[in-house]
Design a protein around this ligand. Structure first.
Ligand SMILES: *Cc1c(COP(=O)(O)O)cnc(C)c1O
Length: 391
């Protein structure tokens, strides 16, 4: 496909037919599979429940799920029923665990699309059980206990009443028990060990009542990387990482595994002009030229998740060099000072996140500018940025 503006040839787009705008996120299938292999090896023989919620952390849930499914996983985890439905509609056959979301009214969709919900309210048991009973069907469920996160999950004090209710619904086959750790990123946190102990107690208690969930899981990325107790094979026999699959370590952690970045965010120059000293750029004229300045327009803005906080602070890569964002980042565009780069032309590729030449920009760097988290930077990449699976 030739572009009217002489952009570097784009990989074939899936969702869009025309390379009208060069802004895109490239998703490396080989990096994703590499990370999966690294994790599999790390936790052997524990299988992996791969977290692909929030559009696979902004990477594009369908392509990521297809790639992971081909790479071999125990199952996929999403946060919402609608995320699970999206994957089923795209033909994903793997087991899909819905970790949270709002279930009331969603049971028919859960059953129709063969999603495995995580239940933690007596009302969940009743309404799900009733629907299954009326259909003459059974379904697998996971149960979440709250061991210290204080969010979703059966409170331990209510576990007995929950278990009694569960036994009243033979339609519900409890195949999994899980909990979520609040402080796994803080190495040695007392709460983490307390949560594991509470979980074991809950598991043993259910066992006494004749409830024997085959799969028990708690480990997110941080616990998967640092806490062998959370995949001991005795209590815990499944891990549930998200970030590490995408090459993300907990903030500030050493990179103990050679994980690779999966997403590279790129655009191209769509306009160039020379400014004179004293000229200003963009809204509120927050930047003024002090010298004769070559300014490039990039077609990416805060509507794409390229934050307004990057105004006058952020950097992008052009010709393997860092160049500065000048003036306010707007909804659809931002500007960069390219005076020090030779022979710049419209159509030149610009990297917002990822590598170019010897230089590299990562999501941690962008997160610092906006006082947020690498996860948030990636999740915020806008819906109108096409995700292109490469390799
Ligand atoms: C998001 C999430 C995970 C994965 O967390 P990472 O830190 O990205 O590995 C695991 N479990 C639950 C319940 C989650 O919401």
């Amino acid at each position: 496909m030739t572009s009217p503006l002489n952009f570097p040839t784009l990989p074939k787009r899936r969702a869009l037919d025309l390379p009208i705008r060069p802004t895109r996120a490239e998703i490396s299938a080989s990096a994703l599979l590499h990370n999966l292999e690294q994790l599999k090896h790390w936790v052997l023989p524990t299988p992996i429940l791969a977290v692909v919620k929030a559009n696979a952390y902004g990477h594009g849930a369908i392509d990521v799920a297809r790639t992971l499914e081909a790479g071999g996983i125990w199952g996929l985890a999403v946060a919402l029923v609608e995320e699970g439905v999206e994957l089923r509609r795209a033909g994903i056959k793997a087991k899909i665990i819905v970790m949270g979301g709002a279930y009331e009214g969603a049971w028919p969709q859960i059953v129709e699309h063969d999603l495995t919900p995580t239940l933690f309210r007596k009302e969940h048991l009743q309404s799900c059980g009733q629907l299954l009973r009326s259909l003459g069907r059974q379904a697998e469920i996971h149960v979440k206990v709250d061991t210290g996160m204080g969010r979703n999950g059966v409170a331990l004090a209510e576990l007995e009443a929950f278990a009694v209710e569960l036994k009243a619904w033979p339609e519900l086959h409890m195949e999994g028990l899980c909990t979520h750790l609040a402080c796994a990123e803080q190495v040695g946190a007392a709460l983490t060990l307390l949560q594991l102990q509470r979980f074991e107690k809950a598991f043993r208690y259910l066992e006494q009542l004749g409830i024997n969930p085959a799969w028990r899981h708690t480990a997110n990325t941080a616990a998967t990387l640092s806490l062998p107790e959370a995949r001991d094979g005795r209590i815990f026999n499944l891990v549930r990482p998200g970030g590490a699959l995408y090459g993300l370590f907990p903030k500030g952690w050493p990179h103990t595994l050679p994980l690779r970045r999966v997403l590279s965010w790129k655009t191209g120059i769509t306009h160039l002009k020379w400014l004179s000293p004293g000229d200003s750029v963009s809204y509120d004229a927050t930047w003024k030229a002090e010298r004769k300045t070559h300014v490039a327009t990039l077609p990416v803005g805060y509507a794409d998740g390229f934050g307004r906080e990057y105004s006058n602070k952020g950097e992008v890569l052009l010709d393997g060099k860092r160049v500065k964002i000048i003036g306010r980042v707007a909804m659809d565009f931002c500007l960069v000072d390219v005076t020090d780069v030779e022979a710049v032309s419209v159509g030149d590729e610009v990297v917002l996140l990822g590598e170019q030449g010897a230089e590299c920009l990562d999501a941690d760097g962008l997160a610092e500018l906006s006082n947020s988290l690498h996860y948030e930077v990636l999740c915020s990449i806008g819906a109108r940025v096409p995700r292109l699976l490469v390799e």
